[in-house]
Every structure is written in structure tokens, then in C-alpha cells.
Design a protein around this ligand. Sequence first.
Ligand SMILES: Cc1cc2nc3c(=O)[nH]c(=O)nc-3n(C[C@H](O)[C@H](O)[C@H](O)COP(=O)(O)O)c2cc1C
Length: 158
Amino acid sequence: MKVQIMTDTKFGNGKMLAEALKKEFSNEDDVNIADVKDVSPKRIAEDTPNVIILGGAVRIFRGGPKSKKWLTELNKTLEKSGKKIQFGTGFLTHAMPTDKVQGYAKKYLNKIDEESRIERTYSKLLTARVKSEKGPIFPEEMEKARGYIKEFINWIQK
Ligand SMILES: Cc1cc2nc3c(=O)[nH]c(=O)nc-3n(C[C@H](O)[C@H](O)[C@H](O)COP(=O)(O)O)c2cc1C
């Protein structure tokens, strides 16, 4: 299985989370991590992973706008080439309390779900709270992330 994890990270917290998620996949899976600022949607579309995990951050009261824009482009490119990605999910890192970011999480997940070239979107988005703008991610949030991705992998394999 080819898995693409995307981040939009400023201080590295998204990258650290992506690395932790990667560890939960089997060694037989080909898991790649890249940032939406560095890798074009076209390149990922050409590579056509089976799974996309789209990471982003809540900044200035917006939930991952750069990642969403990148995803729109990915969908367009996939459409043009007649390709599809089988499974999708995502994560948002944030500094506000978790209950305050549920609206952002819902919208972000809906965006992934809306994309026609992603066949199945997981029903839950991962959120991970940082202690301050620069991080780090709270240890209990890292634990939550490991549980989350295990459930996601089970869902894929069903
Ligand atoms: C300019 C700026 C604005 C931010 N605004 C918010 C915000 O509105 N709500 C929030 O929960 N976190 C906010 N944050 C905190 C970010 O969510 C946090 O820096 C980010 O999740 C850390 O992940 P990263 O290291 O991968 O960038 C803001 C951070 C920056 C730098």
C-alpha cells in the first residue's frame, strides 16, 4: 500500500505528528511524508497513492487553508488523468482547546470527503493540540494520534 502524508508545518509539529503516524503502518507499506509547500499536487497525482492523509494547522482562525487549496488542485489533476485515491483522512494541529476546534475539524474533513477523486473518506479527523504556537504537541495528544491511526488502518483493511 502506498501512503502519502502531507503536512503544512511551520515549526515542525505537523512533521513530527506525520512521523508518528508513519510508524504505525506496516514495513511493507510505502509511506511518504511531504509538505504542501514543497511538493506539487501534480507530483502526488502522478504517484497516485492508495491513501492520502492531509495535514494542516489552524492559524488565524482558519483550518488548514493552504492544505485545502492544495487538495483542490490534487483533485483537479487526478480528474484530468482519470486516476483515483482509494482512502483519505487528515489532521489539524492547533493551539486552542480541542472542543473549540471541532468546527474547523468538521469543515476540513468535509472538504476531503467532497473531493470526487478520493473514493472513501474516514468518518473522523485527527486533531492534535500544541502547548503553544511553536509546540510541542501535548504527550496525550500524541497517544491519541497513535490510537487514531491504528483505527484508521483497521478501517482500510476491512
Ligand atoms: C500566525 C499564527 C496564527 C495562529 N492562529 C491560531 C488559531 O487561530 N487557533 C489555533 O488553535 N492555533 C493557532 N495558531 C497555532 C498553530 O495552530 C500552531 O502554531 C501549529 O499548529 C503548530 O504546528 P506546526 O509546527 O506544524 O506549524 C497560530 C499560529 C500562528 C503562527
